[in-house]
Design a protein around this ligand. Structure first.
Ligand SMILES: CC(C)(COP(=O)(O)OP(=O)(O)OC[C@H]1O[C@@H](n2cnc3c(N)ncnc32)[C@H](O)[C@@H]1OP(=O)(O)O)[C@@H](O)C(=O)NCCC(=O)NCCS
Length: 218
């Protein structure tokens, strides 16, 4: 059986969920499997700890001690900007990336998910959706037709994205947020939990509420 060695960057509760995601993927495969080697984390105090049966191997400095091409990496840091910064470092270090889609996810043949992206249990992704690199799609979201999700976005649990939506790079959608059809949300904007977005949101702002209003300008 061919196994690929996987390292998760970001030792956190969400990281533990991604361990389970890849275990569930392994159960669904007839050949091949992911061998979860360990976590890396920038917090030195977490090094050596074991989470969900997986050890924290080191900080990012650990990469200098190994041949990185032996491994695949996924960055599971929740903040889009922090994740982008870690991924930039991993790319410079020569790392390659895995992606993971939970076996329970319903996804059309015409939708695409780029490398470094994880889609956890219970999501429904309809037709012609494109999800960019290093995106996190957390539990039980719906993502409608022709939606484009840029790199480094974080989609928290229970989000509903209607058709033809564009999320530019690094958008964060809080738990249970709703985005109506054809809306664009600008780079690195944050949408609060429970918000309903019915108008375009510019880049770099925080918007909350129903309907969503900008509370923190750029
Ligand atoms: C919107 C959000 C990003 C703002 O975070 P922040 O920049 O730290 O903002 P603050 O906590 O300082 O809140 C600013 C104001 O917005 C209000 N606010 C924050 N989040 C809100 C929300 N989701 N809906 C309505 N109002 C909200 C606060 O009460 C505060 O109001 P005040 O100034 O009148 O006291 C954050 O609250 C949020 O909703 N994040 C998503 C969390 C999530 O989905 N977690 C799931 C992880 S799996």
């Amino acid at each position: 059986m061919i196994t690929k060695k996987l390292i998760l960057f970001g030792a956190s509760n969400f990281g533990d969920e991604i361990v389970q995601l890849f275990r569930d993927i392994n159960k669904s495969l007839s050949v091949g499997a992911w061998d979860i080697i360990g976590f890396l984390d920038d917090n030195p105090s977490s090094v050596g700890k074991v989470r969900n049966g997986i050890q924290v191997l080191g900080t990012r400095d650990w990469l200098a001690t190994v041949n990185v091409t032996e491994f695949y990496f996924v960055c599971v840091v929740g903040s889009p900007s922090a994740r982008a910064s870690v991924v930039q470092f991993l790319q410079k270090s020569g790392c390659r990336f895995a992606s993971g889609v939970h076996p329970s996810v319903i996804i059309s043949d015409t939708s695409r998910i780029a490398e470094g992206t994880v889609v956890t249990a219970g999501n429904i992704i309809t037709t012609n959706v494109i999800i960019g690199e290093h995106v996190i799609v957390n539990l039980s979201c719906t993502i409608g037709h022709y939606t484009r999700i840029g790199p480094f976005c974080t989609i928290n649990p229970g989000v509903n994205i209607s058709g033809d939506v564009t999320l530019e790079e690094g958008v964060l959608l809080g738990t249970n947020a709703t985005v109506l059809e054809k809306i664009r949300i600008g780079r690195y904007s944050k949408i609060g939990a429970g918000a309903m977005v019915h108008r375009e949101i510019p880049e770099g702002v925080t918007a909350v509420g129903i309907p969503a209003k900008v509370i923190k300008p750029r």
